[in-house]
Design a protein around this ligand. Structure first.
Ligand code: BES
Ligand code: ZN
Length: 474
């Protein structure tokens, strides 16, 4: 049986796969930092070389240029690779991203973030290990196993890999739409491995994501920074106005204060309530992942509902504020408050922006400040919800049962992968999220890791899914 040979190859060659991940992690492809843009390009080249060496036919698309605060930067390529072109087979599209979040040892990493380290518990630690280099390489490992064993893949496999996901996927959507009837023409279903198990023990399939709307709230007053001893008490201070406004966005227990924001949120049905029972998740796992017992909600159901299916508003930072150690008696002239709202069905991003702008403007007017205020939505992506009854999910569930001998949990996520919805809408095909890593991997955080067993079984899962999906009617 080809699938058995495939599984044996993966088990026996896992050290080669770890070496592949080591090489990938060593390239600091941080898309949000202009100083690393060439590394993002190097990471694309690395993947192109790996894919070509395995016989894939590789093309790239150029998303153009990015205006990064007045600096023009080239955008890294969209890597499109095809393995197999048999009209009798189904075509599965896989998406992943090869850029990573920033990481500095000073942030508190125990080891150099761009040197893959395997600890005594067989955790592969390094930036991008779980988000999203491990999963991307998982697909490449599947191709390698087939090539080396002289096996044909059960489907035609198409890759779409981008290098700007962590920075809002700039330039990708137009390419998806313009290639919908070209490169993506024969795609029958889509699979994305860019999220995580709910906990640490049980695999899951994911059928929902929250959307995100990101805002910049700018308050300006003086021509330049002022001395607080000379001007304090005599002028309206931008930071004072900003804090007054930011404090009116959300309560400490997570309730969003923007009027009307909850009006579009879909009601929880009795049927949905039942889906939260029996999920492999404990409050202790939340405590462990957070590193403290600071949960707002006491029950698993409330916690998961507030992560998955209710909106949340987070305050992220203040540009222009004094933040160094020590005491500087400055009055900053211009400050930009950053916050975002995670959105859920049936919220519409345009409506969210309208409500936020109106509320912040009304509240600013109440301050009677002579400073000026502007608020804009800088980027956004809509929420996404699929149906776990779709044959694409049924196939993936069978693959989980074969590899892990357990039925997967069906989960949603609180994070966002805006391209998921783009694929669904542009290609009109089902999209499945099939995670590789665990809920405690620490994506975006320090000491990000992917357990060796998740990397190896995850590679087995991705390959087995291709066999199962080749058998269903899509
Ligand atoms: N891999 C994550 C998406 C994710 C986050 C899935 C949390 C599951 C749980 C992805 O790399 C990411 O971080 N996306 C951004 C998107 C944003 C920049 C539009 C996010 O969610 O903040
Ligand atoms: Zn990711």
């Amino acid at each position: 049986m080809p699938v058995v040979k495939f599984l044996e190859y993966v088990e026996e060659h896992q050290n080669d796969f770890v070496e592949r991940l080591r090489k990938a992690v060593a390239i600091p492809s941080v898309s949000g930092d202009p100083a690393h843009r060439q590394d993002v390009f190097r990471m694309a080249d690395f993947l192109i070389d790996e894919l070509k060496a395995l016989g894939a036919s590789v093309e790239t698309r150029d998303p153009g240029q990015q205006d990064f605060h007045g600096q023009t930067l080239p955008l890294p390529p969209i890597v499109l690779a095809t393995v197999g072109n048999d009209p009798a087979k189904k075509t599965i599209l896989v998406y992943g991203h090869y850029d990573v979040q920033p990481a500095l040892i000073e942030d508190g990493w125990a080891t150099d973030p761009f040197t893959l380290v395997e600890d005594d518990q067989h955790r592969l630690i390094g930036r991008g290990s779980t988000d999203d280099k491990g999963p991307v390489l998982g697909w490449i490992n599947v191709v390698e196993a087939h090539k080396k064993m002289g096996l044909e893949l059960p489907v035609n496999l198409k890759f779409c890999l981008e290098g700007m996901e962590e920075s809002g996927s700039e330039g990708l959507d137009p390419i998806i739409y313009s290639e919908a009837d070209k490169y993506f023409r024969d795609v029958d279903a889509v699979c994305i491995s860019d999220n995580y198990w709910l906990g640490t023990t049980k695999p899951c399939l994911t059928y929902g994501l929250r959307g995100v709307s990101y805002f910049h709230l700018t308050v300006k007053g003086p021509r330049a920074d002022l001395h607080s001893g000379v001007f304090g008490g005599t002028v309206h201070e931008p930071m004072t106005d900003l804090f007054a406004l930011m404090s009116k966005l959300v309560t400490p227990d997570g309730k969003i204060l923007v009027p009307g924001i909850y009006d579009q949120v879909r009601q929880v049905t009795d049927e949905e309530q039942k889906t939260y029972d029996h999920l492999a998740f404990k409050m202790e796992e939340l405590h462990d992942a957070v590193g403290n017992k600071i949960n707002i909600h006491e029950s698993i159901r409330d916690t998961l509902q507030h992560r998955w299916r209710f909106p949340s508003l987070s305050l992220h930072g203040v540009e222009g504020a004094f933040y160094n150690p020590g005491d500087k008696t400055v009055v900053p002239a211009r400050v930009v408050g950053k916050f975002s709202i995670r959105t859920v069905p049936d919220m519409e991003p345009e409506k969210v922006t309208e409500l936020v702008k109106k509320y912040v403007t009304d509240e600013f007017n109440k301050l009677n400040s002579k400073n000026s205020m502007t608020i804009e939505c800088t980027h956004g992506g809509n929420h996404w919800l699929s149906s776990p009854q779709h044959p694409n999910y049924v196939a993936a569930a069978k693959a989980v049962e074969k590899v892990f001998s357990v039925k997967p949990d069906l989960t949603r996520e609180g994070g966002s992968i805006p391209v998921t919805l783009s694929f669904q809408e542009a290609l009109k095909k089902n999209v499945l999220l099939l995670p590789m890593g665990r809920g405690d991997d620490g994506a975006h955080s320090i000491n990000e890791k992917l357990d060796r067993s998740n990397y190896v079984s995850g590679t087995k899962l991705l390959g087995t899914y291709l066999y199962e999906v080749s058998q269903v009617q899509l």
